[in-house]
Structure formats: C-alpha cells, structure tokens
Design a binder for this molecule. Structure first.
Ligand SMILES: Cc1ncc(COP(=O)(O)O)c(C=O)c1O
Length: 370
C-alpha cells in the first residue's frame, strides 16, 4: 500500500548514519537536552537564518510556548485559519487566548490577509500564519498588515521546513516561527519533537525558561514553567536528517513536477507555486470538482493499493470540540477545500515507478467517467 508519507523509508535511506547517531546518544551522558540538542538548535536556527532555536517536545508545544513567550494570553484574540491541523487552534486556547478563524485564499490555500484585516478588533493581539502543505503563506502582505495594525506575527511552519519566499526561509519572517518534527514532516524525528525559532534574544530566553520549570539555572524557578524539552535522541536523528533536508526537499519538488506533468490535462485543480515562493511540498494536494468525485477517486485509488489522504476533512470550526463556540469569519473556501482536497503519495523516497502507478490510477479513474 502506498501512503501519503513514509517515515520508515526516510529512516532506511539514512540508516547507517542514524543508527550511529542513536548509538552515540545511548553511550553518552545526557538523554534529555544537553550539548547535542544545543548543537542541533544552533544548526537549525542557522539553516532558517535566525539567531535562536529552542527545542521542545512537539510542534503543538512550540506554538503554545511561542504564544506564551510573546505575552499572548487571557483576554487576547489570535486570528488564524480553520483549514489547518487542529494543533494550530488548540495551542491558542492552551495559551489562554481566543482563536478567531478566517478563510484561506483560494489560490494560496493559506490565510487570506484581507480576511485577517476584516476581523481585527480591540482584543486582537496576534496572527498565526500556517504555511500549509509546504507552501509559504502571503508573508509580505501579512508582515505589512501586522506592522501597520500593531499585531504580532507567528509562523506555523510545521509543514514548511526549508520553504522560501524571496530569499528568506519560512520561520524567519515574523516575531517567531514554530516547527514540528513529527516523523512524517519534511524534517521528522523518530518520535515527537518541535522547535521555536526567533531573532529576538529576550523572547528566546523567556521560551527557554518556560520549557523547563522556569529555570535559567537548575533548581531556581524564575517564572512558572513546566517541562517540554527536546529529547537528545530526537536531536541526534534530526541533526543527521537536517544535512539532507535540501536534497530531500528537491526530491519532493521533482515529484511534484512529475505529478504536475502527469495530471495536467485532467479535471483536477493542481497546487500552484505563487510568484516569489519556493514551496517544499510537505503534501501534494489536488482538488476535485466536487465532494462526490473526491470520494469516488479516493475509493478507486484505494482499490489499487494507493491510500490518498485528506488534509483536512473536517475544518477546525466544525470539530465537536470547537463547533459553535469560536468567532469565525465566512469560510466558503475552507468548506470547499474540506470537501474536495486529496493528498497524493509524496515523499523523497517515492520511486518513479510508484509515482507512475498513482498517475495511471488517477488517469484510469477519469477515463472511466467519460
Ligand atoms: C500545521 C500544523 N501545525 C501544528 C502541528 C502540530 O505539531 P505536533 O504534531 O508536532 O504537535 C502540525 C502537525 O501535526 C501541523 O501540521
């Protein structure tokens, strides 16, 4: 069965290096944080082009801590999208703030700056821009808007390690950027992990304190904090993989071009690369004409052992945990995407023959409907 992601293939491709890195941790003296984590934080921050990286134990925690570190909390509103992983919205509530959900731009499939502007109110403190599917959100417009309206800008880069807009990497364009190292991500560990990156020295210090009991030095809690540290084992694996990230992202981009070529004349909307953007195809997401076609195509592929995914079938504002109690804008694009998106298998180790099977399967589906 082909899936949209394959973390085991990612391990096997780098097995010798990863096994050695894991052994070195097991034989070493620290299993949580320590010099290896510091080294990885330094390298990742350099890669993104910012001054600080703070390793934590998930992307959700990275979002939560970044918001807390930025001083966002009870009484504040944070504008983001409903068309995202639930963690984006959950983290805003974990910080004590109220999420306000707005629509995405139909071409970018990321937060619509005009919708943000329309929903700014007296309690608005921050905007969380999600670089969904590996494509940057409209950072230039968002930065201009946030500066003009005095709002904080947080980038959710959980799906966009290495993506660029202009000559900058996502994660370096706002007050802070947050990453997930969940195993299926473009840079994924062998368990949970995450990082906050920022240019702001004081913010980095506040987040370092928050991730470990409020400590600057052991046993002295300067602020109320807790424990969300990055494991040394994860940092060791991630450091190995970071050296291969650009090559792997290029492999993803080539596969995306292969889908673009193989599917271009079909009644499918394919992902577009917006001017000045260099997406990294965390997911390759096509849109069908309507919901029933998506379901029929998905079933057709499944019968051919191809498990296409849906990101996301139920937008956050309609999930039972959130329905009816969040402030939302009109969300027509979000609703349409929830009904029509389909994520095709795409990961750096996907073989050309496997990709051809997916393309042939999709072409056969549409031939059968003529
Ligand atoms: C856009 C987005 N934000 C946040 C997260 C949360 O990351 P994690 O699963 O590491 O908590 C994810 C991953 O699931 C994600 O895709």
């Amino acid at each position: 069965m082909l899936h949209t992601a394959n973390p085991r293939a990612s391990y096997l491709a780098l097995k010798t290096e990863i096994d050695a890195a894991i052994q070195a941790v097991l034989q070493g003296s620290s299993y949580v944080l320590g010099p290896l984590v510091e080294d990885f934080e330094r390298r990742f921050a350099d890669y993104i082009g910012v001054g600080h990286g703070i390793g934590v134990n998930s992307g959700s925690d990275a979002l939560h801590l970044a918001l807390r570190g930025l001083g966002v909390g009870p009484g504040d509103e944070v504008i983001t999208v409903s068309h995202t992983a639930v963690a984006t919205v959950a983290a805003i509530e974990m910080a004590g703030a109220a999420p306000v959900l707005v629509d995405v731009d139909p071409d970018w499939r990321t937060i619509d700056p005009a919708a943000v502007e329309a929903h700014i109110g007296p309690a608005t403190r921050a905007v969380v821009a999600v670089h969904l599917y590996g494509h940057p959100a409209r950072l230039d417009a968002l930065r201009e808007l946030c500066t003009r309206r005095g709002l904080l800008l947080l980038e959710d880069c959980a799906q966009a390690h290495g993506a660029r807009w202009g000559d900058r990497r996502t994660g370096s364009g706002g007050d802070a950027g947050v990453f997930s190292f969940y195993p299926t991500k473009n840079l994924g560990g062998v368990g949970d992990g995450g990082m906050v990156v920022t240019q702001d020295d004081a913010l980095a210090q506040r987040i370092r304190r928050l991730r470990q009991y409020g400590w600057d030095t052991p046993q002295q809690s300067l602020v109320p904090g807790w424990n969300t540290r990055l494991d040394t084992l994860q940092a060791a694996v991630l450091a190995v993989k970071l050296a291969h990230l650009d090559a792997q992202n290029n492999a993803r981009r080539q596969l995306a071009a292969g889908y673009g070529e193989g599917l271009r004349d079909l009644p499918l909307r394919l992902p577009a690369e917006q001017a000045g953007c260099h997406p990294v195809y965390h997911l390759y997401v096509v849109e069908t004409e309507d919901g029933p076609t998506r379901e029929a195509l998905r079933a057709h592929l499944l019968a051919a052992n191809i498990a296409a995914g849906i990101h996301y079938p139920t937008p956050v504002h309609r999930q039972p945990a959130y329905a009816g109690r969040l402030r939302c804008g009109p969300l027509p694009v979000t609703e349409r995407l929830a009904a029509t998106v389909l994520s095709l298998p795409l990961y750096p180790e996907l073989e050309p023959g496997e990709q051809a099977l997916v393309i042939d399967g999709i072409r056969a589906f549409f031939r059968g409907r003529r």
